[in-house]
Design a protein around this ligand. Structure first.
Ligand code: BGC
Length: 804
């Protein structure tokens, strides 16, 4: 590992699935896993998946006596295949040769994946292979491979194969394998020119058509007269076999340039036509690579974040930024897609969009806010579906789905397989109504960071008002406690979906949900002071929000119920949490390690996690993650509860002991909430979060797609958590307390039109205001505010922060 590269210098078939996910290359429009060129999914250890941002398809499956429909992120044709064979020999494949040396490097600065190998075939022939690949950040439709073979101790005629393979299915996640998986129908295949082939496929239900065109050229040392080309086609597959003379110690270099267009693209006539037309215009690998690396250079100059800490921490932070930018980039604009929890890197969670946006948007808000805006529009465009869902459930307003895909319908699966027991079980996690609160919160945070009033007026306010309307109608008045409550929901801790022994699903008064609901309604009411009267009236009229509704909003936002553990200031995760049994953490941690999927483990033992005080992930603690102590106290005060800042550590300690960290998001929240009170522990949690994908701490889940929420969350921990960055009352407050193991931080922030360069050490914080769009912004440090504008520099002595 070097600061800008992930390097694997030994070959390990076992680690291959993980490496493929981590070496995925993408550009916000499509992504391809880091599988070797010569592999296909039938080989077992390899899975060369290619995914299109928002490329979904629905299929019905017969499973456990039920017919169920799932919407999947489709695995599109594999454009990678390149391999060779000697006469009478088998096609080269890494698993079939003796690997004498191996090196794979993911260069994140340039967005290039390199593989260098020295190997011996079964006939004793030794060769060197060097492959470089990129998925262009300059042209979203383009990818290219440079493949170079050097025979070391042999000469002879060889056949090189280059192919586009559309015979693929979705089989990347073992526990989905009994579900229907044939998403593609072949449409056409053939050649466009002597060195160019094409393949067209279409999804079975969503009818998205994709054309891939590949140009394969042998560049070096071989004159064109000595190459014979044969095209092989079959339904959904096209290959070119190039016969060339290989000469000892002379490298044969091949360039494969690929263009990929779909029927969802803007600015095209027809996918195949445009792919073919544009292929003729493409220059050499090195020219295309140059444009691509220039695009990455621009991205890094905005998005890099430098820390003085271990080399590993720095590199992994960059890996996280890299995958974030490969999932959503400027090429995501106008694609009408959300940000998937697992990136476009694999098939886990079917490419669905969850609340993980909460963890992902802050990084984008302060660097590429245009992208957050685009991702919020994905939600806005699905308001009609959310309104329909609310109505069907008996509420008003907009109720967003826990899992969202193409059109905003609820995409959570009805049943899921517990791989530990082999049983298909009902999945009730869709009751996580808090997703709608996350959307409001995200709109608000985006607005805070950008002051984008146009967005708020046209889109954001409508989302926030309709979500507030939903919360005000899902809440019901309980005469006995004289408060409003929200019943039959599931909180972020997905282990608890019903009360022990109860047939009913859902829990009552999940504290996180209720507090967020109160915040949503209050924030929607606050909009009345921000947005002009005419626009507010228009929106109220459009959304059928009456004065009676608004009266109810006020009442609910002041009287929502929050449960507490009896005789303590600890917020109860939900009503009745206190009565659950304590869990035997020691025994289970000894057996399964720290991060456990207790729901699966206990079910396989004939037990039920619902019975225990055992959380999958941060739930109550989410409140301390999303709100500063000041902000939270205000919400509680308004609700009529006397919650004090000094109660926070007690709450953290209580849930720390009762959390299994079965989600990678959990450690982010725990690191965050401890960042001030216990720097050592915060860093320990941060370190775990940091390696959750790199070291695949959940035992095989990263191979199915990276955990983008956790990746972005680690970066945000550095960006906002350790710097105490918060926007309150139109002021950007900073209050840095760096962890002991991170002695310096350099980064740039985009804030309300300004670029601010930040340099923080244990002693001082330096802010430089580079060229900005707006006149001035307000900065706050220790109860003092400062008005800053382009050219200003501010320096603060921050040593006292440590003693606070
Ligand atoms: C977590 C959710 C998360 C989802 C997608 C689940 O395991 O419990 O909070 O949204 O993964 O990342």
């Amino acid at each position: 590992m070097r600061d800008w590269s992930i390097i694997y210098d030994t070959w390990s078939q076992e680690e291959q699935p993980l490496r493929e996910a981590l070496c995925t290359l993408g550009n916000g429009y499509f992504a391809t896993r880091g599988a070797f060129e010569e592999t296909n999914a039938e080989d077992g250890a390899y899975y060369p998946g290619t995914y299109l941002a928002g490329g979904y398809n629905r299929l019905f499956s017969e499973i456990a006596g039920k017919t169920i429909e799932n919407e999947d992120l489709v695995n599109w044709p594999n454009w990678l295949p390149v391999t060779f064979r000697e006469p009478g020999g088998e096609w080269f494949h890494t698993s079939k040769v003796e690997v004498l040396s191996f090196r794979q490097e993911l260069n994140m600065h340039e967005g290039v994946l390199l593989r260098e190998m020295h190997f011996r075939s079964s006939n004793g022939h030794e060769s060197k292979l060097r492959c470089r690949r990129f998925v262009s950040m300059a042209n979203p439709h383009l990818a290219a491979i440079q493949w170079e073979l050097t025979p070391l101790n042999w000469s002879g005629t060889i056949t090189i194969l280059s192919a586009l393979d559309g015979r693929v299915i979705n089989s990347g996640v073992a526990r989905y394998r009994s579900l229907a998986s044939q998403h593609l129908e072949p449409q056409a295949q053939g050649t466009s020119a002597a060195d160019t082939m094409y393949l067209v496929v279409q999804t079975t239900q969503s009818k998205v058509r994709m054309a891939q065109v590949a140009r394969t050229r042998i560049i070096s040392r071989v004159s064109e007269d000595n190459i014979t080309t044969q095209t092989i086609t079959e339904q959904g597959y096209v290959a070119q076999h190039l016969q060339v003379q290989a000469t000892q110690q002379q490298a044969i270099r091949l360039e494969k340039t690929v263009l990929l267009y779909t029927s969802r693209d803007w600015g095209i006539s027809e996918p195949l036509l445009d792919a073919e037309t544009n292929m003729v215009r493409q220059s050499s690998f090195s020219d295309l690579l140059e444009e691509h690396t220039r695009a990455w250079k621009r991205l890094w100059s905005r998005c890099d974040l430098q820390i003085a800490s271990s080399n590993k921490a720095q590199t992994i932070l960059r890996l996280h930024i890299f995958h974030l930018l490969q999932t959503v980039s400027a090429h995501t604009y106008d694609l009408d897609v959300g940000v998937p929890a697992r990136g476009w890197h694999g098939e886990a969670y079917r490419g669905h969009i969850f609340w993980d946006e909460l963890f992902i948007f802050p990084f984008l808000n302060f660097r590429l806010p245009e992208i957050t805006r685009e991702l919020l529009l994905y939600r806005y465009r699905r308001l009609p579906e959310a309104r329909y869902a609310a109505k069907e459930a008996g509420y008003k307003g907009a109720m967003f789905p826990w899992q969202s895909g193409s059109n905003g319908r609820e995409e959570s699966q009805l049943i899921h397989l517990n791989p530990q027991s082999g049983r298909w079980l009902p999945d009730n996690t869709y009751l996580q109504r808090h997703i709608s609160a996350a959307i409001s919160y995200n709109v608000w945070q985006y607005f805070q960071a950008t002051d984008d009033k146009k967005f708020l007026l046209f889109y954001g306010a409508e989302l926030m008002l309709d979500i507030a309307q939903f919360w005000s109608t899902i809440a019901t008045y309980n005469q006995t406690i004289e408060r409003y409550e929200i019943r039959h929901v599931v909180g972020p801790d997905e282990y608890h979906t019903s009360y022990p022994g109860s047939e009913e699903i859902g829990l009552n008064n999940n504290a996180y949900t209720n507090v967020m609901a109160a915040w949503c309604i209050q924030s929607a009411l606050d909009l009345f002071d921000i947005i002009d009267e005419a626009r507010i009236q228009e929106l109220l009229h459009k959304l059928h929000i009456s004065d009676t509704d608004l009266e109810r909003w006020k009442a609910v936002s002041k009287r929502l119920y929050v449960p507490f553990i009896a005789d303590s200031p600890v917020i109860a995760q939900f009503d009745g949490y206190d009565a659950l049994k304590e869990f035997d953490w020691q025994t289970y941690r000894k057996k399964y390690g720290e991060a456990m999927r207790l729901d699966r483990i206990l079910e396989s033992e004939g037990e039920n996690v619902n019975k225990y005080k055992a959380s999958k992930q941060a739930d109550v603690l989410m409140l301390f993650y999303l709100f500063s102590a000041k902000g939270l106290i205000q919400i509680f005060e308004r609700l009529g509860y006397r919650f004090k800042p000094e109660h926070i550590p007690e709450n953290i300690a209580y849930y720390e002991q009762r959390t299994s960290h079965g989600s990678t998001l959990s450690k982010i929240v725990h690191a965050w909430v401890l960042a001030r009170s216990d720097r050592k522990k915060a860093w320990a949690n941060f370190e775990v979060a940091l390696v959750s994908d790199f070291e695949d701490i959940q035992g095989g889940t990263t191979a199915e797609g990276v955990h983008l929420g956790a990746m972005a969350g680690t970066v945000d921990l550095v960006q906002r958590g350790f710097t105490g960055l918060e926007i309150r009352d139109d002021i950007l407050w900073l209050n840095p307390v760096l962890p002991e193991k991170m002695t310096c931080l350099n980064m740039q922030l985009r804030y309300r039109g300004h670029w601010i360069t930040l340099n923080i050490t244990g002693e001082r914080m330096l802010l430089r205001f580079d060229k900005g769009l707006t006149k001035e912004v307000k900065i706050g440090y220790r109860n003092q505010t400062y008005i800053c504008q382009t050219g200003d520099t501010k320096e603060f002595d921050i040593r006292r922060n440590l003693t606070d």
